[in-house]
Ligand binder design. Structure first.
Ligand code: 39S
Ligand code: MET
Ligand code: ZN
Length: 763
């Protein structure tokens, strides 16, 4: 009987009940000691490893745990600390990691945090390494080795995971634009060799090296550097499993096959077709680990389908075929067994990280024709679930289909073009030059969150909850009036999250009680699940927005999340193309904008912060994406009259290469994050002659450091080099929900003063 090894690339580090978040924040608030924090980490790892062992995985993956982020952890391992921290960091310890991730602000000394950015096309964020030309690398922490000892002491067969040297370099930023960070590879290789030596001393057999950049469009220099680097790495008789994920490596399989590695992991969920090229070019004498269980969604896998797809590979590779999930399970919630409120029919269709591990094990058993009774029971259960989902009448709704069929070209067009609209809007609203606004959310205080928790636990009723939220909205409006902001917002107090909130209100979604996924550091999200056709049964935001507008003479901007972002930050259906689901969401949002307009709301923002992140990793796939993403935004935003002003907001964006597509969205105003690039990002808007109005974020809301008015004025003057004065808005770079009120009031006071200062000079 042939045996097929099983493993995962990584497991969520947040614990079954977000023990990670709670411990981390308690430690930062000095409520627990470092020892207590470390003990909680140990418990989480123990739990994670037990799950892998109990399900019968052959290797336990170690090295995926970090108290903040695994790229930051790699920087710590390799001793990469930006010079501004050097005075504070002697030897690298846990606090050094937090200092780099969060920066430090004190009266005397502000040290800015390292940049944080999106992890490929996911909603996870990593801390960006910073490299200088004379960058030194030395092994500087023992965390990885200690975790290996810990797992071995518990009796596990350990497969450590390392971020590959080229992926690590690629993800970092060079200290100045003319310095090619790839030249640093020669300094990194010896350190990896020392790490391999240490791993060998620990009797490690297989090591997983993650090189996900192999799924990107890479320049020839970077591709060639793979063979040079891997030739120079001295694996010390360790066996190397090179892990790729999030896309296809078919364009590089020839080079990969020549690397002195012993195994390759490929993601057959994001790109099943690549298997053809792999079969043709990859040597069957090496291990092929197939990622057949999707690490990015929550659906039970169809095990029979997987089996039939793998039959050919099974014969070809024999025992060299390994079974795994497509990518690290970091992107899945931990355990479906913690869910007690999901409709049982739908719950039966789901699998979280723990259940996905069981599926991996089952696939291996099915392939080996294992006859044990347990396996058979599971397989029959799996078959029943997948059939039940296929046949359920909960999924399809003919009314929704009818409305989708009504979509015609008028749905994608505002009545007049931007120039005419702008004139109409200018005459009507009479806003000052350089109008001020914010991005939507105001502080989500402990009280607001506590209130929602009490509502959930049925300790208060909905009436009381709504009244308390109304008080918050009133307070938020009054504070904005006092600050003299021009276009107000209601503050989003009623929203747990900008996507989950809409998921809870729209039909076709379910939401979980405990399906948390790490987004960055201690911050998590609970992505809602789209299981069926989406539609709007009743207005979503109308009541809150109208209430806010009733409290003030100033305009209140309605606040919606756009179709691309709702899709990207939810778990989506895999039984129809994403663009179909996006269209349904767009129609629901269109109905909402029409209702808002009818109720007298003159400004409506449709947030699309995930517009860039959702872009396919390879340029050849961009057109396909824009062909649905842009029309969906337009379906949502074009149902209203010329005088209603549409805003959109994007953050974490590299705009240069997609600016023309952003212009196609034709939002009247776009507010964007660019304070961290010192307004340089705006050159894209200038070069392209961006036609509509722009609000470049004037300060970084992710940091507690707040610039004074002079600095803001300076930055705005820079912005005026790129944007004409009649098109410039003034706003922070993102929502303010993670900040506290004193910070927010101080920052916005400075911001409004900066606007006034600029107006003085402009007239
Ligand atoms: N989905 C999404 N993705 C995004 C963003 C975003 O806003 N949403 N922004 C960017 C940055 N990412 C972010 C991700 C998460 C958070 C964030 O603040 N998350 C909160 C959770 C938000 C939430 O759901 N809050 C719930 C409360 C959930 C909770 O923890 N409840 C406590 C009790 C509440 C208390 O007493 O404090 C419990 O159950 O024990 C609510 O407000 O109702 C957190 O981790 O703390 C911020 C930014 C990019 N990606
Ligand atoms: C991540 S983008 C956030 C936009 C949202 N309107 C907010 O202000 O929080
Ligand atoms: Zn934002």
């Amino acid at each position: 009987m042939t045996y097929f090894h099983t493993h995962i690339l990584g497991f969520p580090r947040i614990g079954k009940n977000r023990e990670f978040k709670k411990a981390l924040e308690a430690y930062w608030n000095s409520e627990i000691s470092e020892q207590e924090l470390q003990n909680i980490g140990k418990d989480i790892r123990k739990y994670n490893w037990e799950i892998q062992k109990d399900s019968g995985l052959d290797y336990i993956t170690v090295g995926d745990f970090s108290w903040y982020d695994h790229i930051l952890e790699t920087s710590a391992l390799l001793g990469v600390v930006p010079s501004r921290f050097k005075e504070k960091i002697d030897t690298i310890n846990l606090d050094s990691l937090f200092l780099m991730a969060r920066g430090q602000s004190s009266n005397s000394n502000n040290i800015s945090a390292c940049d944080m950015t999106k992890w490929f096309n996911t909603n996870y964020h990593y801390i960006v390494p910073e490299f200088t030309e004379d960058q030194n690398f030395t092994i500087s922490t023992n965390t990885l080795f200690e975790h290996i000892d810990e797992a071995q002491e518990q009796g596990y067969l350990v497969k450590p995971v390392l971020v590959g040297p080229l992926t690590y370099l690629w993800l970092g930023k060079a200290s100045h634009p003319n310095f090619d960070k790839l030249t640093l590879i020669k300094n990194i290789i010896p350190i990896y060799n020392q790490i391999f030596k240490k791993l060998k001393e620990k009797n490690i057999d297989w090591v997983q090296i993650d090189e996900p950049i192999l799924t990107l469009d890479l320049s020839p220099e970077w591709i060639n550097s793979f063979s040079e680097t891997y030739q120079k790495l001295n694996f010390n008789n360790l066996k190397i499993l090179l892990a790729t994920y999030f896309g296809s490596i078919e364009d590089k399989i020839e080079q990969i096959n020549r690397l002195p590695i012993h195994g390759l992991h490929v993601d057959l969920c994001s790109n099943p077709e690549q298997i053809e090229s792999i079969i043709n070019q990859y040597s069957v004498d090496k291990v092929l680990s197939v990622g057949v269980i999707n690490g990015r969604n929550i659906w039970k896998s169809d095990l029979f389908k997987i089996e039939s797809n793998l039959n050919y590979l099974k014969n070809l590779f024999g025992e060299n075929l390994w079974i795994s999930a497509s990518c690290s399970l970091l992107h899945s919630p931990v355990d479906l067994d913690s869910e007690h409120n999901i409709d049982p029919e739908i719950k039966n269709w789901l699998a979280f990280a723990k259940q996905k591990i069981q599926e991996i094990s089952l696939v291996s058993k099915i392939l080996s024709n294992s006859e044990d009774k347990n396996t058979n029971t599971f397989i029959i259960e799996n078959f029943k679930s997948t059939q039940s989902r296929l046949k359920s009448n909960k999924v399809h709704n003919s009314e929704v289909q009818k409305n989708i069929n009504l979509i015609n070209e008028n749905y994608f067009k505002r009545k007049s073009d931007y120039k005419e609209r702008a004139q109409i809007q200018k005459n009507k609203y009479n806003l000052p030059l350089f109008p001020t606004t914010t991005i939507g959310s105001f502080p989500q205080t402990k009280e607001i969150r506590g209130l929602r928790k009490k509502l959930k636990d049925k300790k208060i009723d909905l009436n009381l909850y709504n009244n308390e939220i109304k008080k918050n909205i009133l307070d938020c409006i009054q504070r904005q009036e006092k600050l003299d902001i021009d276009v107000l917002v209601h503050g989003e107090a009623e929203r747990n999250d900008m996507v989950e909130f809409f998921g809870e209100l729209l039909e076709g979604f379910i939401f979980t009680s405990n399906g948390w996924v790490q987004s960055y550091g201690s911050r998590c999200v609970k992505p809602p699940v789209i299981y069926g056709d989406v539609y709007r049964k009743k207005p979503l935001t109308l009541e809150w927005t109208s209430y806010a507008q009733s409290l003030t003479e100033r305009p209140v901007k309605g606040m919606l999340t756009g179709p691309v972002t709702i899709i990207s930050w939810s778990f989506v259906r895999d039984d129809q193309p994403i663009k179909e689901t996006a269209k349904q969401i767009a129609l629901a949002l269109r109905e909402e904008t029409i209702d808002l307009e009818k109720a007298g709301i003159k400004f409506i923002q449709i947030d699309e912060p995930a517009f860039r992140e959702a872009l396919p990793l390879k340029k050849k796939d961009w057109k396909n994406y824009f062909d649905w993403a842009i029309p969906c935004f337009k379906i949502a935003s074009c149902g209203i009259s010329d005088e209603t002003q549409i805003h959109t907001h994007m953050c974490y964006s590299e705009f240069n290469d997609i600016i023309s597509y952003i212009a196609e969205l034709d939002a009247d105003v776009i507010t964007i994050e660019c304070s961290r690039s010192n307004m340089e990002l705006l050159s894209a808007f200038e070069n392209y002659c961006y036609p509509n109005e722009i609000g470049p974020g004037i300060y970084d809301i992710h940091s507690p450091n707040i610039p004074n008015t002079d600095l803001m004025v300076n930055n705005l003057k820079k912005a005026l080099n790129f944007i004409s004065k009649d098109k410039l808005w003034i706003n922070p770079d993102c929502g303010l929900k993670t900040r506290n009120w004193p910070e927010v009031e101080y920052a916005l006071k400075n911001m409004v003063l900066a606007a006034k200062e600029l107006r003085k000079n402009a007239t």
